[in-house]
Design a binder for this molecule. Sequence first.
Ligand SMILES: NC(=O)c1ccc[n+]([C@@H]2O[C@H](COP(=O)([O-])OP(=O)(O)OC[C@H]3O[C@@H](n4cnc5c(N)ncnc54)[C@H](O)[C@@H]3O)[C@@H](O)[C@H]2O)c1
Length: 304
Amino acid sequence: MKVLVTGGAGFIGSHVVEWLIHKGHSPVVLDNLSSGKRDHLPDSIPIYQIDVASDEVKNVFKEEQPDAVIHMAAQTDITTSILHPEEDIRTNVLGTIQLLSCAKEYNIKQFIFSSSCAVYGDHKGLMNEQTPTSPISVYGVSKLAAETYIKLFYQLFGVPYTIFRYGNVYGPRQDSSGEGGVVAIFIRNMLLKQDPIIYGSGKQTRDFVYVQDVARANEKALTSALNDTFTIGSSQTLSINDLYHLLDGKLPGNYSPVYKPEKDGDIQQCVLDHAKATKYLNWTPSVTMHSGLDETINWMKKTL
Ligand SMILES: NC(=O)c1ccc[n+]([C@@H]2O[C@H](COP(=O)([O-])OP(=O)(O)OC[C@H]3O[C@@H](n4cnc5c(N)ncnc54)[C@H](O)[C@@H]3O)[C@@H](O)[C@H]2O)c1
């Protein structure tokens, strides 16, 4: 299939592109390279360096006539999200609507969206697709709004969709320089012999899922016409303190965590039940936390 991957030069997007090539598909990337990098992609992959919310998106559909869309482009920076919430609306909501309009016009066979467990807000215990949504961050609100438009375009115009709500995705190529994922930031700190910062008590939990597992889920959805939502996580939980100790065991050094006040919009607990994805998409996470962390450490050692 020819697949338009928005945000394909980013962390998860570049792994999705790699996996699509591996499975014999033809990916084309749309990315404004605001955080993504051309280097993340093989030279052979066409890339349109444009904004997902711009009118130019229409030209890409006209030129490429994709069979499916994997929509991953998003404003994911927490500081921007708090200081300029309109940026989340523009990219994450208006950008999604722009793509949906094109998907409708060009009879796209599958529209796959990267949402987040941030749509749930704070919940105790295992969360699944039935858990009520109640986001407590600007980012979570924008993802939930995008999900709502996607379902509406299916109901009104029959645009087929799959929505994935990911836990905390980690792995090689994750940005560690600013506000990327906690795994990447801790590994970078430890390799550079810096004290990692933990916001809040460190007892907050996350569901970590390896990036290649997420890429596999996206490819599996390409040929499914389920028009449904799936939580994608490991169904296991780890606190930030535990993550620190796990990494400390792998990268022993003379550092200790520095505790700072918790950030606004930070959820306390996240553990996702992936049973529905297993049942309908035959997807289960295949990479253990230990080997996923080892892969990430090895990659980071080569790039720092
Ligand atoms: N990383 C995670 O743990 C996680 C968890 C849940 C959901 N997600 C979602 O998965 C997707 C990919 O996330 P990621 O971690 O790879 O982030 P990322 O920042 O590495 O990738 C996002 C990509 O989108 C591009 N982009 C941003 N704004 C754009 C715009 N206006 N027009 C075109 N391109 C634009 C960026 O250049 C980047 O390449 C996002 O939708 C994100 O919300 C990520």
